[in-house]
Design a protein around this ligand. Structure first.
Ligand code: SAH
Ligand code: SF4
Length: 386
């Protein structure tokens, strides 16, 4: 049989699956139930084989299998950090993407990618330096969550720490490679799957989209799937932001802040998170703190200071710890809730938002990929399949 037109079930959210079943000739009265059953098999039972969907008639399963498959991401690397942080590197054909799991006492956060590379070229970002490769599909975005969930559960089972029904991943942040709002056609259905009770059932406040500020798509996110919003501010003036975050030339600060205020009417929380990378001597001076206070006061917001993650030839350095603390104090004294992001998984280059730190170095990346592919062909596949 010609399998060229076979679709990936992981690309489908509940409405798309219902349509798929309608196309297969399923009765209108039961398409929604089939869609829900399928989601549970894929994202809760984490099935890898359509034949295993045992509450669906065998003839229907055979029909599904004739038109669709379950296409998981290929794992290149599975790194574990000493502090429990875990990072997976996935092969997406022409390049690699990654996802990072960050365990904390009261939650487990998975940081995932939305694109291979990024076209927006922020000057301090290693993903930006790689350029744009392509948008990830719905299946590749949700596939990161599916894979991490499965691997973490298997791990717990091995170590005897499984409490039945406990999900290792309680929060998802779209802060990996890529600009999520530059790929809304795939990111939005993937977000719907994260929230769907038949799939991952996360609450809207536990799913965060981080954007560099694509204003029209912030409004679209509010309309379609209003999850928590983080905005990469990084500079308190247009002059500086034009340099650090070039999309600012198209959507300047005034427009971005207005979009944040509009979003708040739909947001699951009553604040927007502003991210602010601390670049030595660039945006970390008292005058920047003063300007930032003025801006932060115009939007109900919390500020998250991110110590810059260096990468080869970036041209930037991380602000010294004392300056970051001083910056935080100035903002806190002005009444703005300001946190400093902990750097985690440093030994495996896993810091969120800096996922491409290693692979941006193309020589190293090629060598890493070659080694990983060799390991794969030796049957050393990491991160078990089902
Ligand atoms: N494209 C989206 C989401 C991915 S980046 C965005 O820009 O918001 C996630 C966060 O990491 C963003 O705030 C981004 O500006 C930040 N980041 C990028 N490169 C970084 C680096 N080298 N060090 C620290 N943070 C960085
Ligand atoms: Fe793209 Fe975000 Fe990096 Fe900017 S910071 S280049 S938007 S991934």
């Amino acid at each position: 049989m010609n399998r060229e037109h076979v679709v990936n079930l992981l690309d489908m959210n509940q409405p798309t699956l219902a349509q798929f079943f309608a196309h297969l000739g399923e009765k209108p009265a039961s398409v929604n139930m089939r869609a829900r059953q399928t989601l549970k098999w894929l994202h809760q039972a984490q099935l890898s084989d359509i034949a295993g969907m045992t509450d669906i008639a065998k003839a229907t399963r055979e029909q599904i299998a004739a038109h669709a498959e379950i296409r998981d991401l290929a794992v290149l690397h599975d790194h574990r950090s000493d502090d429990g942080t875990r990072k997976w590197l996935f092969d997406v054909g022409s390049s690699a993407i990654d996802a990072v799991f960050i365990p904390e006492d009261d939650r487990g956060t998975l940081c995932i990618s939305s694109q291979a590379g990024c076209a927006l070229d922020c000057s301090f970002c290693s993903t930006g330096k790689q350029g744009f490769n392509r948008n990830l599909t719905v299946g590749e975005i949700i596939g990161q969550l599916r894979h991490a969930n499965r691997a973490l559960k298997a791990d717990r089972a091995i170590h005897g720490r499984t409490a039945d029904g406990v999900q290792p991943i309680t929060n998802v942040v779209m802060m990996g490679m890529g600009e999520p709002l530059a790929n809304p056609q795939n990111v939005f259905p993937a977000l719907e799957l994260m929230l769907d009770d038949c799939a991952y059932g996360l609450s809207r406040r536990r799913v965060t989209v981080s954007t560099s500020g694509i204003v029209p798509q912030i409004d679209e996110l509010a309309r379609v799937v209003p999850v928590a919003l983080a905005v990469s501010l990084h500079a308190p003036t247009d002059a500086l932001r034009d340099v650090l975050v070039p999309i600012n030339r198209r959507y300047p600060l005034a427009d971005l802040l207005a979009a944040c205020n509009r979003y708040l009417a739909y947001a699951p929380r009553d604040f927007i998170t502003f991210e602010y990378v601390m670049l030595d001597g660039v945006n970390d001076q008292p005058e920047h703190a003063r300007a930032l206070i003025d801006i932060a006061r115009t939007v109900p917001s919390k500020l998250n200071l991110i110590p810059f993650n260096p990468f080869p030839n970036s041209g930037y350095a991380r602000s010294p710890r004392a300056r970051i603390l001083d910056f935080q104090r100035r903002l806190s004294d002005a009444g703005i809730v300001t946190t400093i992001r902990r750097t985690r998984g440093d030994d495996i280059d896993a810091a969120c938002g800096q996922l491409a730190g290693r692979i941006a170095d193309r020589t190293r990346r090629t060598a890493e990929r070659a080694a990983a592919l060799a390991a794969l062909s030796e049957g050393n596949r990491t991160g078990g399949n089902g």
